[in-house]
Design a protein around this ligand. Structure first.
Ligand code: AMP
Ligand code: MG
Length: 521
């Protein structure tokens, strides 16, 4: 029996399609997508599924059925569906890269359930017209990372694409992990991703670059109609409101990343969702040592364009590219520039509000900005675990600030690094923080509770994902499953899982996959 889903395709029904039906690499013009059928996997096998997403999309059948496996691995196509790959371009590492597109993502269908629209997309299901020189496939390693992290992000309360399932294709995939001339075969895998829409900044940029104003307008109107309907009917004013809302959503997303210590790694404009969702989990990482200059992406090692501390500025740069793409429909640069200027002002405020929440400060005091910037400096004097630091800090009593340094000492990676000079700086900071806390009206306990709702206890540390990957490569999915469950409650105390509330172990410090990740996936 076929899977029963309430398919309500819109993207491929309302937008112009590439007329060519062959699965050959090409430059596509005047179209938003190309029809393509997923590759048949040689020996599909389900590794994991998200019970929650099964319910969210309204699937009644058992995920353990052959029908489900076939659909989420591309072995069979849903009845009444017309799979396709999207056309988009993008700025990669600061340079216009031309056409990119879904090189290894194939959209199965859009499903409506409980008034919501969900696009289902297979990542790693074979070549498309946009595969360029690559194979359209994905390996188990990177698929586990996307599967676990996108669901973890959701449970952290951060806008993101979701994951329905993770499966093995049974095919071998050749990858040169560190691009150093050592290719090896890895297990091929497919993630079925889910989001209201997978449209990116680059989806608009490609049409503007082709000077195809007609299709650009059709795409913008489509996105507004289905995802920003509250903004009203198409008009210049609506397009401006649309751009403003994309800017605000993207700002909220990136401030949330800063809050939890998430570094995306490849913030190219093709990896920026038009809905403000975290999208395309590649060589991302989680800050362990609080280092504003850190990026896990070895491909970006030279310039560190996408390092942790600059992410909010990169969003601005990406918004500028989107503004350029939307310009033909608005034709008044000053109005777009005004919104970019507002972003600059608002992102500062949003960042400080977020940091104040991490410190448990409700009142808004004039000394707060200095207190925050001094904390940023002192946190970078010695290797200090961000996640552990903020959880321990929540336990501080306002009249016990003199023992602040003692309280947070477990967040230091090398206690011997804490020289008398560094200790004095910490003591100084704690004194200011302690004084500042006197101005708060809530009790210590209330502050602790509140801080623990913004400072996660459990995040997907790079080494944790790697442990899940190493076991999964051997066919053991126990850690994968444990982490999947753990990360559903990142802010809660989970005594049974306390072992994951720990600093990165020394063996992971310089290990590929833990501290070093490339775009190879
Ligand atoms: P990313 O930076 O991973 O988001 O990918 C940039 C572009 O490369 C996108 O157009 C992807 O679809 C494409 N791409 C990445 N990996 C592959 C692959 N193995 N096969 C085909 N296209 C790929
Ligand atoms: Mg991408």
């Amino acid at each position: 029996m076929a899977l029963q889903l309430n398919i309500k395709d819109k993207f491929n029904k309302e937008l112009p399609a590439d007329p060519l039906l062959t699965n050959t690499r090409r430059q596509v013009r005047n179209a938003c997508f190309s029809y393509v059928t997923p590759k048949k996997p040689s020996k599909p096998e389900l590794v994991h599924f998200s019970e929650e997403m099964i319910k969210t999309i309204g699937l009644k059948e058992s995920p353990n059925s052959k029908e489900f496996l076939d659909v989420v691995t591309g072995n069979s196509v849903l009845a009444d569906s017309h799979p396709y790959a999207m056309c988009y371009g993008g700025h990669q590492f600061g340079h216009w890269a031309g056409q990119l597109g879904d090189g290894r993502a194939i959209n199965l269908a859009e499903v409506e359930h409980e008034g919501k629209n969900w696009a289902l997309q297979l990542k790693g299901a074979g070549e498309t017209p946009y595969s360029r020189s690559a194979d359209g496939l994905a390996v188990l390693r990177s698929s586990i990372r996307e599967y676990l992290c996108s669901e973890a992000m959701f449970h952290l309360g951060i806008p993101t694409t979701r994951a329905l399932s993770l499966a093995l294709s049974g095919d071998q995939v050749l990858r040169d992990i560190m691009y150093d001339g050592n290719p090896a075969y890895e297990k091929g895998a497919i993630v079925c991703r889910v989001a209201p829409s997978f449209v990116r900044f680059g989806s608009f940029e490609i049409l503007a670059a082709q000077e195809d104003k007609k299709t650009l307008k059709v795409l913008v109107d489509h996105i507004i109609k289905h995802h920003y309907a509250h903004l009203g009917d198409p008009s210049k004013g609506t397009y401006l409101k649309f751009f403003k809302e994309v800017a605000v959503r993207s700002m909220k997303m990136v401030i949330d990343w800063q809050r939890v210590g998430f570094v995306h790694g490849v913030m190219n404009t093709d990896n920026m969702s038009i809905l403000g969702l975290t999208i395309d989990y590649g060589p991302y990482g989680w800050l362990e040592d609080y280092d504003l200059g850190w990026t896990p992406n070895t491909t970006d090692r030279a310039n560190k364009r996408y390092r942790y501390g600059t992410q909010p500025q990169i969003v601005l740069w990406n918004l500028l590219q989107l503004a350029n793409a939307l310009f033909p429909l608005i034709e008044e640069a000053a109005l777009l520039q005004e919104i970019l200027k507002e972003y600059q002002e608002e992102v500062e405020v949003a960042y400080h509000d977020m940091m104040r929440s991490k410190l448990g400060l409700i009142e808004n005091e004039s000394e707060d900005l200095k207190l925050i910037s001094e904390l940023e400096s002192v946190l970078q004097l010695a290797e200090t675990d961000m996640t552990i630091f903020f959880r321990l800090l929540a336990q501080l009593k306002r009249d016990g600030f003199s023992s602040g340094l003692e309280l947070i000492k477990d967040s230091f990676y090398k206690p011997e690094e804490i020289t008398a000079n560094i200790a004095a700086k910490w003591t100084d900071w704690f004194e200011k923080y302690g004084k500042r806390l006197q101005k708060e009206t809530k009790t210590d306990d209330e502050r602790k509770q509140r801080m623990n709702t913004v400072n996660p206890k459990y995040v997907l540390r790079n080494y944790m994902a790697q442990l899940a990957i190493d076991a999964a490569e051997e066919g053991d999915y126990a850690i994968l499953d444990e982490l999947f469950t753990l990360l559903k409650e990142p802010y809660g105390e989970q005594p049974a899982h306390e072992k994951w509330f720990a600093k990165r172990p020394e063996w992971a410090r310089h290990k590929v996959g833990c501290s070093m990740l490339s775009c190879s996936s």
